[in-house]
Design a protein around this ligand. Structure first.
Ligand SMILES: Cc1cc2nc3c(=O)[nH]c(=O)nc-3n(C[C@H](O)[C@H](O)[C@H](O)COP(=O)(O)O)c2cc1C
Length: 170
């Protein structure tokens, strides 16, 4: 599968089958994530995942709806590795974590799975339930085989045209 096809196929899945995700696919996804770039190769992240109903139920206080996903990743930043750009004073870790999550999202498509990138959860509660030390839960990725009734939402096809957002510097 080439990357263009992966981009065409991926959409936010909000209805997952309970079929478990094979360990081999989890390992392949994480190997792809490992190769993702980060600023100064800082690798300021840790990833937790739950692949059993028991594990996922521990995350319920942080967010109540996992759309039936049988596999949930929680992507965390490492507090002490937060890095600031000297010129702008802006912090880069958020971009690093976004790249890690995005790689995981497309890796899921690559191995034939659906995904949902989730930021709407309570990171304070996630920190408590996962007993995170020196880590901040930044986002989650819900992963699994899409249910038969799964379909892209209306938002999926609502995109600005390339002419609208791409600006040539002449
Ligand atoms: C950073 C980020 C956070 C998101 N958080 C949520 C979320 O909390 N809940 C949700 O249902 N979808 C969430 N989404 C999915 C977006 O709503 C979705 O990607 C967008 O509407 C485009 O639809 P598509 O993914 O089907 O192309 C998030 C996506 C991104 C990139």
């Amino acid at each position: 599968m080439d990357f263009e096809k992966i981009c065409d196929q991926r959409y936010s899945v909000r209805s997952f089958s309970s079929t478990p995700v094979e360990d081999e696919k989890i390992a392949r996804m994480l190997e792809m994530v490992k190769k993702a770039p980060t600023a100064r190769n800082n690798q300021p992240y840790e990833i937790f995942y739950a692949k059993t109903p028991e594990g996922i139920s521990k995350l319920l206080p942080a967010r109540d709806n996992y759309f039936g996903a049988p596999l949930v990743f929680v992507i965390c930043s490492i507090d002490e590795k937060h890095w600031h750009n000297r010129q702008s004073g802006r912090e880069f870790t958020c971009q690093d974590v976004g790249i890690i999550a995005t790689t995981l999202m497309y890796a899921a498509t690559e191995v034939g799975l659906g995904s949902l990138y989730v930021c709407a959860f309570d990171p304070i509660v996630a920190k408590e339930v996962l007993n995170l030390q020196g880590l901040t839960a930044e986002c989650m990725m819900l992963v699994g085989y899409p249910n038969e009734d799964a379909k892209p939402s209306a938002m999926h096809d609502s995109r600005r045209s390339v002419e609208e957002f791409a600006h040539e510097i002449k």
